[in-house]
Write a protein that binds this ligand. Structure first.
Ligand SMILES: C[S@@+](CC[C@H](N)C(=O)[O-])C[C@H]1O[C@@H](n2cnc3c(N)ncnc32)[C@H](O)[C@@H]1O
Length: 238
């Protein structure tokens, strides 16, 4: 029996899918894709006869399509936004597939955290400034309590997913100096990308003024303003 391929589409720009992911898309018979965040160009270019937008689909509905297709000898690609390992809800899919004896293979993608870092022109880790990057999300409908306050006390780089609607709450919880640099990146690497730079005290307001209400990443930490961060040159350069 064939495997199911769980592929990261990259965070926006359709060229940010891996070569391996692109080859699999070109050979897919069935494509299930995350419609809200996967670039439609990738979906249009995929020759699969059956294409399903996973938005609003129940878990079993989706896995049943995959199971039927694979049992009929078809090549199935499940296309996730960014990299599937970040807020991708893939383990529950894989678990149902495994119960049917179906294996899956994961192909990573360029996460929005890397797309955003590239567009901001920053390094998420920077010698003398931050040796750690903490990826997190705020409390909301699917998470009762978050760790934003505790994490912010560590003084390391924070990357906050799924937080655009809760921006004001997030910055209220953050316990670092109000002048700590921060950025909000909306739809990194898409043609309508917006980049807002500021500080913990003003970036949320600036982002709202720019009309950002969804699909953004929040990055907090001195790495956001490398020039003024007091970074030390890497050992790599002697
Ligand atoms: C369900 S998560 C998926 C994350 C994805 N797996 C990744 O690696 O980028 C969706 C959240 O990721 C962030 N996101 C996804 N694509 C983005 C982009 N191009 N620019 C900024 N944030 C993005 C937003 O915070 C959004 O609410």
């Amino acid at each position: 029996m064939k495997k199911i391929y769980i592929v990261g589409a990259g965070c926006g720009d359709p060229d940010l899918i891996t070569v391996k992911g692109k080859k699999l898309l070109e050979n897919a018979d069935v494509l299930i894709y995350a419609g809200s965040l996967v670039n439609p160009i990738l979906v249009e270019e995929c020759p699969a006869k059956e294409k399903y937008d996973s938005w609003g689909m129940k878990l079993e509905e989706m896995t049943n399509i995959m199971i039927d297709a694979v049992k009929n000898g078809k090549t199935v690609v499940r296309l996730h936004s960014g990299d599937p390992s970040l807020y991708g809800a893939i383990i529950e899919q894989v678990s149902l597939l495994e119960k049917e004896g179906i294996q899956s293979e994961r192909i990573p993608g360029v996460s929005s955290m890397f797309g955003a870092a590239a567009e901001l022109g920053i390094q998420l880790t920077l010698r003398g400034v931050s040796e750690s990057v903490i990826v997190t999300r705020p409390a909301g409908t699917t998470l009762k309590k978050d760790q934003i306050a505790e994490i912010s006390r560590l003084g390391q780089t924070m990357v906050i997913f799924l937080g655009t609607e809760h921006m004001e709450d997030i910055f209220e919880k953050v316990e670092c100096h109000p002048d700590t640099p921060a950025a909000v990146v909306y739809r990194a690497t898409w043609p309508d990308q917006k980049i807002i730079r500021g500080t913990v005290s003003d970036v949320a307001k600036k982002a709202r003024e720019a009309g950002i209400e969804k699909t953004a990443l929040i990055i907090i930490g001195n790495v956001v303003d490398a020039v003024n961060s007091g970074y030390v040159n890497s050992h790599l350069y002697g």
